[in-house]
Every structure is written in structure tokens, then in C-alpha cells.
Design a protein around this ligand. Structure first.
Ligand SMILES: Cc1cc2nc3c(=O)[nH]c(=O)nc-3n(C[C@H](O)[C@H](O)[C@H](O)COP(=O)(O)O)c2cc1C
Length: 319
């Protein structure tokens, strides 16, 4: 049996003809996307279809000035989404459990599977697609522009359109490097060299390291995205040790803290010589932040909430 060419010889498309996609084709792609597997049938995703040209242009800019975001007939933003689940439960009188880490994990998986299914369906119909991770440059700004509620985070963007180019399929790592049997196999130097050789055609210079370095080495673009992503994640309510309200309070005080640890680090850097955590008589968390001439106390259900209140007390809005 042979797989369709759209699966075997696919390549991302970045040049699109100025032609719309038939609505019935979009309909089919969306139906395919909705048929993607989803953990416990929860469907923890939303596919946001961006039609407004002005909004598209803003997203293209945030993604680093990627023209194809504007030029493609369609642009989707698959969103990891726990907000709808929370609403569904609340609608019938139930409260969403406290599992921010796994919630984010399964929502990202669901959104990625639905987006991938949409992409595969589009390619099977002869359209071109390209994922747009560039949105993560400023995921906080993307969340604001798209009016995302708490519990919702963009996975990436996805362009779909009538291709105006037929790019050659790009190389991949040798199969044994990415497919292991039974147990994870460690890599020999020789295998790593083979990997670089296999991927060499990906750049004009013939050196894959240049690409890896630009994105993933010290000082690369991913490092720059990480703090922004951490903040967006915390504000969406997916931080390990900060509620979304505590994250919001700390954000409004310009602390840039996406975790309790980062909030403590920020305070110690800003002249507070001590941050003292304790437990109140009713099991509540409390914290004192202190410097030479002043001290402020915060109280809350968790250390994160207590700390956010102490920061609010130390930096009142009308000061
Ligand atoms: C999560 C993700 C984010 C991506 N972000 C971008 C992007 O912002 N801009 C772009 O032109 N291509 C982007 N791509 C496309 C990759 O560059 C492309 O898939 C990779 O180079 C392999 O090439 P191929 O898809 O043609 O096989 C992204 C792909 C993925 C999966």
C-alpha cells in the first residue's frame, strides 16, 4: 500500500497565490481537525480563524514580519484551551480541579493534534501550509490582541493557502536517530556527525549548526521567548505556584515574575533584604517582606497569593 504523496513529499509553503480557499474546503479541513483524537473526549482546544486583515497584519508583525501570515488565504491559531472546560463544569455546578501542569500538557497536545489534522487535511486537498511559531516571540501580546481568557494559550499559528511555490521536501535526521527500539539509545559522536551531514542541505552554508545556534544555543531566539512565554503561561493560570490572580497582581506591579521563585528573586534584587514565609493560625499562608525602614505583610491561601498581596501592599497603586 502506498501513502498519498501529500504525506510523503510534503514541504512547508511560504508563498501563496492571492486566491481564497473555497468555504466548503475550509469546512472539510475543520471537520478533519475536529475528528482528531482528544484525551477523555475533552477537546481542550479552540481553533481561532483570523479573518480580520488588520489583525492578521498585527500578528504577522509580532511573528517577526512574516509576510505569508498576511498573504495566505487562511490563518488559524490553534489554542490550548481549558477555559471552555471550566465553563462547562461550572455550568452544571462543578469546579475545575487543581491540575495546572497536566491541564496545560493535555490542552497543548489536543490543540496540536487538531491543528496537525487540519494541516494534513489541507495538504491532502492540494493546499499549502506553514506553522508559525514566530507568534511565540510575543505570546503575551498575541493573547491580548486575540482577547484570550484565562486558561487559553496559543500553540502556534498556521497558514493555509493556494501554493505559489512547490518547495522541495527538506531533509530529516536518519531514521535510527529518531526511532529507537525498546529503550532510549544514547548517541555516539559518529551518529551526531551523521546527523549534521544529513541536515546540511537545510542551509545555504551547508552547516545545520548555524540554524540550531540561532534558535537554541545560548543567546538564541528561544531564550528570548522563554520569559515572555512564562509570563503568558502564568497569567493564563498555568503556573505551578502562582494562581492567575497572584500572577496578574505581580504583573501589574511590573515584577516580570512568572513563578514564586522569580517573584522572590525580583524582591531581593529590589532592595528587600528578607522574604519570610509562614503559616497563619488557620493554615493560611503569610509572608513578610522587609527592608531597612519598612515591612509589609501579605496573606493568602497559598504562598504565591500571600506574596502577591505583600507586593501590592509594598507598592500601592496610588503611590
Ligand atoms: C511549531 C512550528 C513552528 C514553526 N514556525 C515557523 C515560522 O514561524 N515561520 C516559518 O516560516 N516556518 C515555521 N515552521 C516551519 C518549519 O520551519 C518547517 O516545518 C521545517 O523547516 C521543516 O520543513 P518542512 O515543513 O518544509 O518539511 C514551524 C514549524 C513548526 C512545527
Amino acid at each position: 500500500m502506498r501513502l498519498p504523496d501529500s504525506l510523503v513529499n510534503r514541504a512547508s509553503v511560504r508563498k501563496y497565490a492571492p486566491e481564497p480557499i473555497l468555504e466548503e474546503d475550509v469546512e472539510q479541513m475543520l471537520a478533519a481537525a475536529q475528528q482528531a483524537p482528544t484525551d477523555a473526549s475533552a477537546q481542550l482546544y479552540t481553533l481561532l480563524r483570523v479573518k480580520d486583515p488588520e489583525l492578521r497584519a498585527q500578528l504577522a508583525e509580532l511573528a517577526g514580519g512574516q509576510r505569508h501570515v498576511v498573504e495566505a488565504a487562511e490563518f488559524f491559531v490553534p489554542l490550548a484551551d481549558v477555559y471552555r472546560l471550566e465553563r462547562l463544569l461550572a455550568h452544571r455546578g462543578e469546579e475545575l480541579g487543581d491540575f495546572p501542569r497536566t491541564a496545560l500538557h493535555f490542552a497543548l497536545v489536543d490543540a496540536t493534534l487538531a491543528g496537525a489534522q487540519l494541516a494534513v487535511a489541507a495538504e491532502a486537498m492540494g493546499y499549502g501550509i506553514c506553522w508559525i511559531g514566530g507568534l511565540l516571540n510575543r505570546v503575551d501580546e498575541v493573547a491580548r490582541l486575540l482577547d484570550l481568557p484565562p486558561g487559553v494559550l496559543p500553540v502556534s499559528g498556521l497558514t493555509v493557502g493556494v501554493p505559489a511555490e512547490r518547495p522541495e521536501p527538506r531533509p530529516r535526521l536518519p531514521r535510527p536517530t529518531v526511532v529507537h527500539t525498546d529503550r532510549y539509545r544514547r548517541y555516539t559522536d559518529e551518529e551526531l556527525e551523521d546527523a549534521y551531514r544529513a541536515m546540511a542541505p537545510i542551509t545555504r552554508s551547508g552547516d545545520w549548526l548555524k540554524v540550531l545556534k540561532r534558535y537554541f544555543a545560548k543567546g538564541g531566539t528561544q531564550e528570548a521567548r522563554d520569559a515572555v512565554y512564562g509570563l503568558a503561561k502564568a497569567l493564563a493560570g498555568f503556573a505551578d505556584d502562582l494562581s492567575k490572580d497572584a500572577a496578574r497582581t505581580l504583573y501589574l506591579k511590573d515584577t516580570d515574575a512568572a513563578s514564586l521563585g522569580e517573584a522572590i528573586t525580583w524582591l531581593l534584587k529590589h532592595g528587600w533584604r528578607g522574604v519570610l514565609f509562614g503559616e497563619g493560625p488557620f493554615g493560611e499562608s503569610e509572608v513578610w517582606i522587609e527592608q531597612e525602614t519598612e515591612a509589609h505583610r501579605g496573606e493568602g491561601k497559598t504562598p504565591g497569593e500571600a506574596l502577591a498581596r505583600a507586593v501590592e501592599a509594598a507598592y500601592p497603586s496610588d503611590a
